[in-house]
Design a protein around this ligand. Structure first.
Ligand code: LLP
Length: 467
C-alpha cells in the first residue's frame, strides 16, 4: 500500500482540511475532524484553539476532547433544517446513549433540543444537566420500576416498548397520582444496510411492539385513564447512509398515526428515531444533516397528505450525527513491535476500553500524529490497544510518518459511542474528557484512578489478610 499523504492544510489559526475532507459548518457529520481544527505556527494540531500536546500534558492521555463549536453547529443544523423543511412543529431529541454527560445535557438543552434517555442513569444525567423534563423521552426494552417511577415523577414521556411497560405503568402511575404522557414504539419492518448489531427496524428485533400488536394495544390504551398517548415511535438503525429506508418509514408511521387517531388517541407526535451516519474515513459518504432532515420531512408530509392526516409534530433522535465528529481521542504511543515482512504494531495507552467500536463492529477510524499531522506518511502501522486481547486493535493499516514512543496519536470522530460504551476491562481507568472552545479547555469528566476501581469490591471478612 503506498503511503498516504495528507492534503495541504490551511495557514495557522484557520480551519484546516486534513484528509481531503471539506469543512462543512452546516453538516458536521461529514467532516473528519472537528470544525475548529487548525494548525499552530509549527504545524501542530489544535482544536478549539487548544494545542493537543498542551492538553495531553495538562490532563494526561488517553484524553477525550470535545469541540464546543462542532457540538453547537450540529445542534443548529438539525434545528434549522427542521424549521426550513417542515412546516409543522418539530423537535430534535439528542439520543444521549451516544455520549451521556452533564455538560452534553446542558449544552444540547441550551440549544433548544430535547433528549432521549434509556436508563435511570441517563435520565438523571439529563435532569441534573438542566434538560427540561417535558423535552425528555425515556426508552428501553426492559425498563425497571425505578426507571419508570423516575420518569413518572418528573413528567418525562415514556416510550412504551412492550406489555411489560404497560403493566408496570398501570400500577405505578395511579399510585403516583399521575397521567403519563406516552409514545408507542413499534418495529416498522424496514431493512437497511448497517451492521447487524445496530439494526433495529426489521421485524426480528427485541425493540418495540410487532406491527400486528399495534391495534390491540391502541384499543386497550384508549380505556386507560392513567395514560395519555401523545406519539408514535420507530427507529430503524444506526450509521445509515441511505435515505430510502427513512422515506419508507414515514409511510409505515403515517399508517400507524391514522390508526391511532381513528381509535380516538389525539396523537400529535411522530418520532422517527435517529440513524444518520457520519464520516469516519474519507470514503464514507453519508447524507448531510440537511439532506436527511429534508428527506424525512418531505416523506412525512407526503405520507400525511396521501392519508389526509393533519401534520404531526415531527421528532427525531439523532445521536451519532450530533456528537461523533465533535470528539477526538488523544493517545500516547508506547511500544513498537516490528514483525519483518508482516506488520508493525504501535501500541497506545488506551484501546478497547475507551473505544470498543473497532472490536465490536469492525469500525474504521482516521488518525494522525498530533505534532505532525501534515507530515508525509512513511510507514504503515497497526495501532493496538494495551488490553490483554489480540483483537484489541484500534486502527489497521494506518499510514503514518515516522513516530517514536511518547508521540501523540489523535483518533478522530470518537465523540459518539466511545465514552458511553467505555469499560474498565483489565481494570483500566476511564479517560478524562475536556471541552474546548476559543482557546480554553474545561474538564468535563475527571479521569478515573486505579484505586477508585476497587471502591465497589467487597472482600468478605474470612478472606482478609491476617495482620
Ligand atoms: N433512537 C433510538 C431508539 C436508538 O436506539 C438509537 C440508537 C438512536 C435513537 C440514535 O441513533 P444514532 O443517531 O446515534 O444512529 N453502539 C453502536 C450504535 C448503537 C445505536 C443504538 N441506538 C455504535 O457504536 O455504532
Amino acid at each position: 500500500m503506498p503511503p498516504m499523504t495528507i492534503s495541504p492544510i490551511a495557514p495557522a489559526g484557520q480551519a484546516v482540511r486534513p484528509l481531503e475532507a471539506s469543512v462543512d459548518r452546516d453538516s458536521p457529520n461529514r467532516n473528519l475532524t472537528p470544525l475548529s481544527t487548525s494548525l499552530d505556527g509549527e504545524d501542530r494540531l489544535q482544536v478549539g484553539g487548544c494545542d493537543l500536546g498542551d492538553l495531553a500534558r495538562r490532563y494526561g492521555t488517553p484524553l477525550y476532547v470535545l469541540d464546543e463549536d462542532t457540538l453547537r453547529a450540529s445542534c443548529r443544523a438539525y434545528h434549522e433544517a427542521l424549521a426550513a423543511h417542515y412546516p409543522g412543529p418539530s423537535l430534535a431529541l439528542y439520543a444521549s446513549k451516544a455520549n451521556s454527560s452533564l455538560v452534553l445535557s446542558a449544552l444540547v438543552a441550551s440549544e433548544g433540543l430535547g433528549l432521549d434517555a434509556v436508563s435511570a442513569g441517563e435520565l438523571l444525567t439529563a435532569l441534573q444537566g438542566g434538560m427540561p423534563p417535558e423535552r425528555i423521552v425515556l426508552h428501553g426494552n426492559n425498563k425497571s420500576d425505578e426507571e419508570l417511577s423516575l420518569a413518572v415523577t418528573h413528567g418525562v414521556t415514556v416510550v412504551v416498548d412492550n406489555d411489560h411497560d404497560l403493566e408496570r405503568l398501570a400500577e405505578l402511575a395511579p399510585a403516583a397520582g399521575r397521567v403519563v404522557p406516552l409514545m408507542l414504539r413499534f418495529t416498522p419492518g424496514i431493512e437497511c444496510h448497517t451492521h447487524e448489531y445496530i439494526r433495529t427496524g426489521h421485524l426480528d428485533s427485541k425493540f418495540g411492539f410487532d406491527p400486528d400488536q399495534l391495534e390491540p394495544v391502541l384499543r386497550r390504551l384508549a380505556g386507560s385513564a392513567w395514560a395519555r398517548l401523545t406519539g408514535l415511535h420507530a427507529h430503524i438503525g444506526s450509521q445509515i447512509f441511505e435515505l430510502q429506508p427513512h422515506r419508507d418509514l414515514a409511510g409505515v408511521m403515517a399508517d400507524a398515526l391514522a390508526l391511532a387517531r381513528s381509535l380516538g388517541h389525539p396523537v400529535t407526535d411522530l418520532n422517527v428515531g435517529g440513524g444518520l451516519g457520519i464520516r469516519y474515513v474519507a470514503s464514507d459518504d453519508p447524507p448531510t444533516i440537511q439532506e436527511w432532515v429534508k428527506g424525512v420531512a418531505q416523506a412525512v408530509m407526503q405520507a400525511c397528505r396521501q392519508r389526509n392526516l393533519e401534520l404531526p409534530r415531527l421528532l427525531c433522535e439523532p445521536g451519532r450525527s450530533l456528537v461523533a465528529t465533535a470528539g477526538l481521542t488523544v493517545y500516547t504511543i508506547g511500544s513498537r513491535k516490528q514483525i519483518p515482512g508482516l506488520r508493525t504494531y504501535l501500541s497506545v495507552d488506551g484501546g478497547m476500553s475507551d473505544n470498543p467500536r473497532p472490536i465490536t463492529y469492525q469500525s474504521s477510524y482516521t488518525a494522525v500524529l498530533a505534532e505532525r499531522p501534515t507530515a508525509v506518511a512513511t510507514e504503515t502501522v497497526t495501532v493496538a490497544g494495551k488490553h490483554c486481547e489480540s483483537g484489541d486493535v484500534l486502527l489497521r493499516d494506518l499510514a503514518l510518518p515516522a513516530s517514536a514512543s511518547g508521540d501523540l496519536l489523535v483518533v478522530f470522530a470518537t465523540g459518539a459511542y466511545n465514552a458511553s460504551m467505555a469499560s474498565n476491562y483489565n481494570r483500566i481507568p476511564r479517560p478524562a474528557a475536556v471541552l474546548v472552545q476559543g482557546g480554553q479547555s474545561e474538564l468535563v469528566q475527571r479521569r478515573e484512578r486505579p484505586d477508585e476501581l476497587l471502591l465497589h469490591d467487597v472482600l468478605p471478612e474470612r478472606f482478609r489478610p491476617v495482620a
